[in-house]
Design a protein around this ligand. Structure first.
Ligand code: IDP
Length: 820
């Protein structure tokens, strides 16, 4: 039964109706043609599913997000959300619209001329969009942006969740699905609503209890051309079927509308409620064509997103894992407040990571401060003192720099004594790795060992003569090669230059160092001036002096040092003074570490202890019991070239970021999928158990074998000796302005004999990182991007392209490795 409506519906003339039918037929056949071509520019993706409770197939048509704004293309339709059955449009979304100033065509200046009023400003609700319409037989159709009906390939079914909410709502106002379906069918309309319910999915604003539900914001004609009802009618239609109202304001001129919007942006609210922004409905100048644009408020939503991210980082990796952004001080203040709530509450932590309770925790904080988000932003500068407090708690300490301190000297200059004294003075800050303690062949072990130390301490001294350019060069090269963790801008190199003047022929220096070596006797790992006599030691010492190449700050490799500290090794107790010189330089250079100045007594104590040091000969750098655990397990994409071809076939020049990565050589040189990372243990008990299964059972023997082969390898991947394999499928190319990655599915993990290994993945969105825009952005950013896409349906500034489900995109038999 068609329900009586409290307004006079627009009467569509027969002529118009026929025109719509003709145009629909034309549009759908164009879409069918486009769907056949390779998914490149301007291509459309057709997705077919059945309407819930029926076997009626419905097609959804989806263009690449960025094609809507391409100047080079004209798409057959700009409808975002379009569903058809045979030759008929059953659901039609709005024509794609943009944020003010997103690009030139929607700049304020252009819009002021290209649009005419009245301007209807509707509150932008913050949930997921839903299209509702009816079929001739009275079937109700409920679609999300691009999907309808039951599906087994999605984690969350927005259409089905919205349908349930709609059914409850209709019940409450004594209407039936049939009433709504028949009314919409008769009028040839799609009802466009926003489904907002924190119990289903949290977005930025809070929607719970009374506020949760379907907010009706549009009634669109099911015609190829975009035509939509005025807001008054939308709201009266909504009230008949129990929808929530969409608040609106109307202005005659563009200027008035913009003044209102700017004022609203200053409070981030409308009629006392926080809103994300407004959708402005108006007309194209010189026509009666409906035209939309939006005005989204920046703040406090940027802050809210940052609060969400730092909370997740904190839960997953503790204070050190937190990376602050624009609102560093507020985030610190907020974390300080919420830490006690998270502490000891595994359930809260877990549900937060599942995107539940985000708004509530944030509200708790703002309520405690008695301020709104915008008010707190206004006061942010006054929180400056928090920085010191949080630094003591090691907050965001991974953001401070790491310092590799490289000695340049000959034998007896006091390198080890100076290093030991510094490590004595600052046990938490300074680590020390001695070349003489590393078993041969030394290779890159000095640097890999130093990197291991830098995981826990901000400074490490690489104690070696480094008397030639090639040796210094090798240190820089090894760091470049092996460092995967520290952003290069955060890794600083400091040179302890014990010999600012060439040592050859310097009798004073010779006397001091020779005397020290005689005095040291056999107390050295390799140079024994005791038993084997001074003669041999002298020869070795002379060799170093003869080969010595002084530090040249303006020339490579020495020009790579960020700081060169000149020392003096030419007097009996020079080392004591050198230690003080080094400390003074470090205090001012490494100001991010807040290095305290020792007292005279502390200096003396540290020096005395260093002089007393006796090496334990052939000690290895790190001795441990049992096999070491890897940093993560992954599977290697064996043919990076062919993966790049797959990407290029799909993307075909349409991705600005991908082109940039190519031009700047920032495509990863190898590709892999991380299966589980040790850090994800913190996410939940299940993942912790899974990690233990990777480490302790299935692959335990492999790890033992790897360890026996190479007990000191770090920063490297080693294939599991049992030759286990994985099959993966490329699903979606995703990128924003920072990172490009491919979402994959890992379909099978199996042994060399083909039997299945039943291990899950520790990563919610398994992926291959393709590249990041610069070194500051770590590959782990892919996780954040995929989380935004899959958990929050984010689309702004994001490009997503689906790989075809084909043999070519299934990669089989990929080897599994452990990364140390
Ligand atoms: P190197 O690492 O540059 O070869 P070290 O092992 O530090 O030099 O020093 C060589 C020997 O000289 C050690 O036995 C050390 O105790 C001693 N020594 C280093 N600096 C001083 C100093 O300033 N006064 C007295 N003895 C020193």
């Amino acid at each position: 039964m068609v329900v009586n409506l409290p307004f006079e519906p627009v009467v569509v003339s027969n002529e118009e109706r026929e025109k719509d039918i003709d145009e629909s037929i034309k549009l759908i056949s164009e879409l069918e043609e486009l769907a056949k071509v390779h998914p490149k520019k301007g291509a459309v993706r057709k997705f077919t599913n059945s309407i819930d409770g029926t076997s009626i197939p419905v097609n959804s048509w989806k263009f690449n997000e960025w094609d809507y704004s391409s100047k080079k293309l004209t798409l057959p339709t700009y409808a975002r959300g379009l569903f058809t059955i045979d030759n008929r449009i059953v659901c039609r979304g709005y024509d794609k619209f943009y944020n003010v100033n997103e690009f030139n065509e929607v700049s304020e200046e252009v819009l002021s001329k290209s649009t005419t009023g009245p301007y209807t400003l509707t509150v932008k609700s913050n949930g997921c969009i839903v299209f509702i319409s009816g079929l001739k037989d009275g079937t109700l159709v409920v679609c999300s942006k691009h999907s309808t009906g039951v599906r087994d390939d999605v984690q969350k079914n927005h259409a089905m969740a919205a349908q349930q909410a709609l059914e409850l709502q209709l019940d409450r106002c004594h209407m039936t699905k049939l009433d709504l379906a028949e009314t919409l069918y008769k009028l040839g309309l799609t009802a466009v609503a926003e489904y907002c319910d924190d119990n289903f999915e949290e977005h930025v604003l809070e929607y719970k209890d009374d506020r949760a539900g379907l907010y009706l914001h549009g009634l669109n004609f099911n015609s190829p051309k975009f035509r939509t009802y005025p807001m008054e009618e939308v709201n009266s239609f909504g009230s008949v079927f129990g929808f929530k109202r969409t608040k609106f304001r109307r202005f005659d001129t563009f200027r008035e509308a913009m003044i209102f919007l700017s004022k609203a942006a200053a409070t981030g609210s409308f009629e006392g409620e926080e809103v994300e922004g407004f959708v402005v409905r108006c007309y194209k100048t010189g026509t009666h064509n409906d035209f939309f644009f939006k005005f989204k408020f920046e703040e406090p939503y940027l802050l809210y997103r940052e609060l969400r991210e730092v909370t997740k980082q904190f839960i997953q990796g503790g204070p050190q894992n937190v990376h602050f952004g624009k609102h560093k001080l507020i985030c610190m203040d907020y974390l300080k407040y919420i830490m006690p709530f998270l502490h000891d509450n595994e359930k809260l932590r877990q549900s937060y990571l599942d995107n539940k309770g985000i708004v509530e925790l944030r509200k708790k904080y703002f309520d405690a401060r008695g301020q709104t988000g915008l008010e707190v932003i206004d006061e942010e500068v006054s929180m400056a003192k928090l920085e010191d407090e949080m630094r003591l708690l090691k907050f965001g300490s991974s953001q401070t720099c790491k310092y590799a301190i490289v000695t340049v000297a000959t034998i007896g200059c006091g390198k080890t004594t100076t290093s030991l004294a510094l490590a004595n003075l600052y046990p938490d800050l300074v680590g020390h790795i001695q070349n003489d303690n590393i078993s041969r062949p030394v290779g890159s072990k000095l640097v890999s060992g130093a990197l291991e130390i830098l995981v826990n301490k901000p400074m490490v001294i690489l104690d070696k003569n480094n008397h030639k350019y090639v040796e210094r060069q090798k240190i820089f090269d090894d760091f470049a090669q092996l460092n995967e963790i520290i952003p290069s801008s955060k890794l600083k190199f400091i040179c302890l230059n014990f010999l600012p003047m060439p040592p050859k022929g310097d009798t004073e220096l010779w006397k001091v160092t020779r005397d020290r070596i005689i005095e040291r006797g056999d107390n050295h790992q390799s140079i024994k001036a005791g038993g084997s006599g001074i003669g041999k030691a002298e020869k070795i010492m002379q060799g170093f002096i003869n080969r010595f190449q002084p530090v040249k700050p303006r020339k490579e490799p020495d020009s790579k040092f960020d700081l060169i500290i000149n020392l003096n090794a030419k007097s009996d107790n020079s080392t004591f003074e050198n230690i003080k010189t080094v400390v003074e330089s470090l205090v001012s250079f490494a100001s991010d570490l807040d290095i305290p100045r020792p007292t005279e007594e502390q200096y003396q104590e540290a020096f005395r202890k260093a002089l007393d040091y006796k090496p334990s000969i052939n000690k290895i750098v790190h001795s441990r019991v049992g096999p070491r655990t890897p940093v993560y397990f992954g599977t290697s994409i064996l043919d990076p070239q062919s993966l790049q071809e797959r990407i290029e076939d799909l993307v075909g020049g349409s991705s600005e970021l991908y082109e940039k990565l190519k031009a700047t050589g920032r495509i990863m040189s190898e590709f892999h999928v991380t299966m589980i990372h040790y850090k994800s243990k913190k996410k939940s008990q299940e993942i912790k158990a899974l990690w233990n299964r990777y480490v302790k059972s299935e692959f335990a023997e492999d790890l033992l074998k790897i360890d026996e082969q190479s007990s000191k390898i770090t920063g490297q991947r080693i294939l599991l000796p049992s030759k286990s394999k994985a099959d993966i499928k490329l699903e979606k190319f995703c990128c924003n302005s920072k990172v490009a990655c491919i979402k994959v599915s890992v379909d099978r993990i199996y042994r060399a004999d083909g039997t299945d290994i039943s291990l899950g993945l520790g990563n919610k969105f398994p992926h291959i990182t393709i590249g990041t825009i610069n070194e500051e952005i770590r590959p782990a950013e892919s996780n954040n991007l995929l989380n935004e896409i899959y958990e929050f349906n984010a689309t702004d500034g994001i490009q997503c392209l689906d790989f075809k489900d084909s043999e070519e995109n299934s990669l089989k038999g990929l080897p599994i490795f452990a990364h140390y």
